[in-house]
Design a binder for this molecule. Structure first.
Ligand code: CMX
Length: 132
């Protein structure tokens, strides 16, 4: 992997936490978007050399809702930026990494995304992210 595109952070309520990032930390808000396929509302924060993706669950069936119920708010995943997601998924599968998706899914900003199971990535939920 050559670069981290963003870090995902689970939050209960976007509106409550955005001022902490924009006013207290002084990091600009880039955009807010609903990603219905992932059942999340997301806010992207510009943290200089990296983006932070604040993830609010849209309902109780969202993976983010389950995560917050179990572990509380906090770092949820790290997303690597890749150029050819299908090729990278094939390579990871050959190396025995368990992927959570057979095919890339539509993520925020229309990016193609896929996740690696934290159990096969030493306890970290990693995402592959290919910008369109
Ligand atoms: N980071 C590290 N470990 C995690 C984790 C995370 N984000 N989420 C779950 N786990 C761990 C749990 O702690 C649990 O471990 P133990 O068995 O040791 O307790 C194990 O994984 C299973 O977790 P679970 O709570 O039973 O949850 P599920 O198996 O139902 O789902 C996961 C976990 C990762 C498969 C699911 O959250 C998933 O498919 N995630 C990918 C999609 C996603 O996260 N979408 C939201 C963000 C989308 C976006 O960025 O736009």
């Amino acid at each position: 992997m050559k670069k981290v595109d963003h870090i995902g952070i689970a939050v209960s309520n976007l509106n409550d936490v955005i001022p902490y990032y924009t006013d207290t930390l002084g990091c600009p808000l880039l955009k807010i978007e609903e990603v219905a396929s992932q059942k999340v509302r997301v806010a992207f924060i510009d943290a200089g050399n990296i983006k932070l993706e604040l993830l609010e669950p849209m309902d109780s069936s969202s993976a983010i809702h389950k995560f917050i119920e179990k572990k509380g708010e906090g770092i949820h995943h790290i997303a690597f930026g890749v150029e050819n997601i299908e090729q990278r998924m094939e390579e990871l599968k050959k190396d025995g990494v368990q992927l959570l998706n057979d095919q890339p899914q539509k993520g925020a900003g229309g990016a193609l995304v896929a996740f690696m199971h934290p159990k096969s990535s030493n306890g970290v939920l990693y995402e592959l992210c290919q910008k369109q």
